[in-house]
Ligand binder design. Sequence first.
Ligand SMILES: [Zn+2]
Length: 385
Amino acid sequence: MINRRDFLKLLGASVLATIGLPYFRVLAANIESWPGLAIKNLPDYYQHVLSLVPRMEFSKAGILQMRVVENRFATMRDMPVCQSNFNRKFIELAKGDPKWRFVIDQPIGLAWHFFGDTPEFAARRFPKGTAREYIEQGLSGDSTSVQFVVGDGIPQAGQDSLDKKLAIVQSELPDANGNWISSAHIKNVDRGWYENSRQYFANAFYCLLRDYGFSDPALGTILQRLYQPGFNGRPNIQLVGIEIQGCRFEEIDFFPGFQKLANTLAVSLAIIKRHKISSPAFNAYGHQELDLNKGDPGKNVILGMKILIGISALVSRDQEMKDLVFGPFTLGGKISKNSAVANYFYFIEDYYRRTTDPKKVNYWLNYFQIDAIHDLVSHDICGIQ
Ligand SMILES: [Zn+2]
């Protein structure tokens, strides 16, 4: 379906000048755009997180950059990089062996983890809490590496911030073409879990994709395909990973604070945009969804991040981001964009309910004020953005 931006492109400025405003208004009203939402209408919790999110994107070479304003002049500057030993080694290996490169025949998704450092452990191992310590003392072995590590420091561009409190650091470099190479983190999937129906996350995706009207519910997500014959079964060459400093996020006392959520969100949005992840409702995961023996980063964090991603897209004027996040929920244009946005939020709530201990469900749905979000989406979204 043609959107307003394409319509304007097609029409061209010179034609616009000749047809006059009233006629154009009629035309524009007939073309459905993505809805938007004003930040001021959001619950305070979300306003607070969004106010702390830095604007980020990737350079062509695959380095995360942050928008920095100096002397009223905005530039994109590289975030600090502290390459893990694993990445140093595998970037060399991948030159001669394509199996260590990220997939090119399948979509790329996103994976969240928690670092697992208790406060006592962190005080001993990472006494200054800097980005450099977290990479050099934390991702030092051959078995653990991931593309990004985030903490609750205030993000700053430039290598100097490696020796400041951990905020956002890139720990893996892409190859010379800007493509990721394998990280070492998530075990290859156990197909037995899928065959004997133990993989309840994949089952939940199947049921929900079917119920929401998707045409191919068995193969609709990266998670489901990873478990099926004919696909690679290797999450490490298909999911870009973010480690979130901390542990036990399912407990309220350990749940990430505003800045840590904002930092995780900023990196997630940049990854979604770079790899055109559509939709993050079902192609962004926690480690625990790919390995049933893991508990990171917590189902509540996965839900919270998906709500934040949806809200970020809704308050943004970035039509491509709205297409990525909400687009699949139009079912190829069969349902309206307003309904697709509403279905994004219902889908992530339904998925959380289906996969989470019922005793914990209401606490976290209330924490994230999910009813207020559904309400806003059905009443307060506005037209053309
Ligand atoms: Zn993990």
